[in-house]
Design a protein around this ligand. Structure first.
Ligand code: G16
Length: 572
């Protein structure tokens, strides 16, 4: 057991979802150790000997080393038991499942989610609390404070972790009878237990409680309804193969890129139209009825229909909300309430209003849903950033979203496109788009945000002003603007500066914020949401329908002047 002297590293500040940096940064001697010790120091519980900590990640480069360090530091910090997925592999929703099932103190997730991996890619460490969800702001702030004054960390190198073999990922996924290292190993005279569990079993069991697997098996087996699921060489390959193919009978070729790779095969494991373009291209051939993709750690999802019909994540959430009673879990537990992040379109608001459910609007970040769920006020929520989930865990859950969609398709007997079109006919359509400008110089991006904040700080100067796009005669009158501020309805904590909003008299919204998950420069996100009740215009392309508001957003922000960018990196 050693206490090692150290000095603080600058900038160990958790962002939207944990600390994300280049893997190279985490590999600096002491960098990972400092952050992990700061987590233990911030937890502040004097006696951890009766506590369980769950640790796992998406298999990206550096995960094995980080896992070894965390296990050895947990032992040195007197944690009683650490539960690890086999060879470290656990999807983010699977970590949440295990934390809750084991009534753990919390968990540490090793992922940078949708960010690229490999030696030049990104890595991340996130602490989740005992409810299974990402640590709330109060705790992440406390962790950051500890990183600024850390003087020593504790590590116990006697704890040798046997699961770290050469070719560790291949060993896990190519050997069939692979559970030989599953079980408990005891160290330090019985004071520390390392328990290796199958990465999938508990998660799959939870899915079986939520959904009607008999219904889904009849729907998928025999390949009558053809699905294609792209795991993007992230953590989800084994989960998707086990659940869609082994459990539900879809043909083995229904899951592609299903081997987790340290560098995601050189790809960008972000399920959107740009980074999952290959899947979209295959769906366009019209040979499949349904397509889906997951991100690196399995909490995000993208839904496609026959011919590559794209379901915007905000619409996906609203559709699941409208069909919630076709999902056995919601039938049993009741729909306690719905929520979305602020930039997410108002599509779900219309379902909540029409069907009389409470609707909450929180800042970007899954951590903001946790308190509402714990208080029994929230069952279903989602974000425009391809995140959808429910209170079955405290993370967004990509595979859950796909099973929800398959349930809707199996019960409604409609195609994806028909389900979405009928939804728009009933509730109206919220056109939505997001423009991402990735890797922008931080100086220009910050300048732009400051200018926007100055505008909204003096609303009287702009409210009532009329705006129009370049080539369009539609006029939009500004009715409100602000920098989104959130008061948590449960613990009353305040979170400020969560996105600059311009709201027009017809309800259309333009929102600007900087991403809190990137690692290189800044990423500007521009979100546009506009409701269309006229059925003759609802089938229009979102980019065409929103063109005037996009022009207005670029004009108000002077984005090109501040960043030099004429085009976004990703359009959703
Ligand atoms: C994380 C959070 C999400 C958030 C997303 C994007 O997702 O869990 O709640 O919407 O980041 O955040 P930003 O716009 O700040 O980049 P993930 O999948 O990256 O963990």
């Amino acid at each position: 057991m050693a206490t090692v002297a150290t000095e603080p590293f600058e900038g160990q500040k958790p962002g939207t979802s944990g600390l994300r940096k280049k893997a190279k940064e985490f590999r600096r001697p002491g960098y990972t150790e400092n952050f992990v010790q700061s987590i233990f120091d911030a937890i502040g519980t004097a006696d951890l000997t009766q506590s369980t900590l769950v640790v796992g990640g998406d298999g990206r480069y550096y995960m094995r080393d980080a896992l070894r360090i965390i296990v050895q530091m947990a032992a040195a910090n007197k944690v009683g038991r650490v539960v690890v997925g086999k060879n470290g592999i656990l999807s983010t929703p699977a970590v949440s499942t295990l934390i809750r099932k084991r009534k753990s103190l919390g968990g540490i997730i090793l992922t940078a989610s949708h960010n690229p991996g490999g030696p030049d890619g990104d890595f991340g460490i996130k602490y989740n609390t005992g409810n299974g969800g990402p640590a709330p702001e109060g705790i992440t702030k406390a962790i950051f404070e500890k990183t600024k004054s850390i003087k020593e960390y504790r590590i116990c190198k006697e704890v040798q972790v046997r699961l770290l073999q050469k070719d560790w990922i291949m060993t896990l996924y190519t050997v069939k009878a692979e559970f030989d290292c599953i079980g408990e190993q005891t160290f330090l005279g019985g004071q520390f237990v390392l328990e290796i569990v199958d990465s999938i079993t508990d998660y799959a069991a939870l899915m079986k409680e939520i959904f009607d697997f008999d219904l889904l098996r009849t729907f998928l087996s025999g390949g009558k309804f053809r699905i294609l699921v792209d795991a993007m060489n992230g953590v989800m390959g084994p989960y998707a193969s086990r659940i869609f193919c082994e459990e539900l009978g879809a043909p083995a070729e229904s899951v592609i890129r299903n081997v987790p790779l340290e560098d995601f095969g050189g790809g960008h494991p972000d399920p959107n139209l740009t980074y999952a373009a290959d899947l979209v291209a295959v769906l366009k051939k019209g040979e499949h009825d349904f397509g889906a993709a997951f991100d690196g750690d399995g909490d995000r999802n993208m839904i496609l229909g026959r011919g590559g019909f794209f379901v915007n994540p905000s619409d996906s959430l609203a559709v699941i909300a409208a069909h919630n009673q076709s999902i056995p879990y919601f039938k049993q537990t009741g729909m306690k309430g719905m929520a979305r992040s602020m930039p997410t379109s108002g599509a779900i608001d219309r379902v909540a209003k029409e069907d009389h459910f409470s609707l909450y609007e929180v800042p970007t970040g899954w951590k903001f849903f946790g308190n509402l769920m714990d208080a029994g006020k929230l069952s279903l929520c989602g974000e425009e950033s391809f995140g959808t989930g429910s209170d079955h865990v405290r993370e967004k859950d990509g595979l859950w979203a796909v099973l929800a969609w398959l349930t809707i398709l199996a019960t409604s007997k409609q195609s994806v496109e028909q389900v979405v079109n009928s939804h728009w006919t009933k509730y109206g359509r919220n056109f939505f788009t997001r423009y991402d400008y990735e890797g922008v110089e931080s100086v220009g991006a910050n300048e732009m945000m400051e200018k926007l904040r100055t505008i909204v700080a003096n609303p009287a100067d702009v409210i009532g002003k009329e705006f129009a796009g370049k080539d369009d005669n539609r006029r939009y009158t500004l009715s409100a603007c602000d920098d989104f501020r959130y008061e948590d309805p449960i613990d009353k904590s305040i979170t400020e500066k969560q996105g600059v909003r311009f709201i027009f008299s017809d309800g259309s919204r333009i929102v600007f914020r900087l991403s809190g998950t990137g690692t290189g420069g800044a990423t500007i996100r521009l979100y546009i949401d506009s409701f269309e009740s006229d059925p003759t215009r609802q089938m229009e392309d979102a980019q065409v329908a929103l063109r005037p508001l996009i022009d207005i957003a670029l004009e108000i922000s002077q984005l090109q002047k501040h960043t030099g960018r004429t085009e976004p990196t990703v359009i959703t």
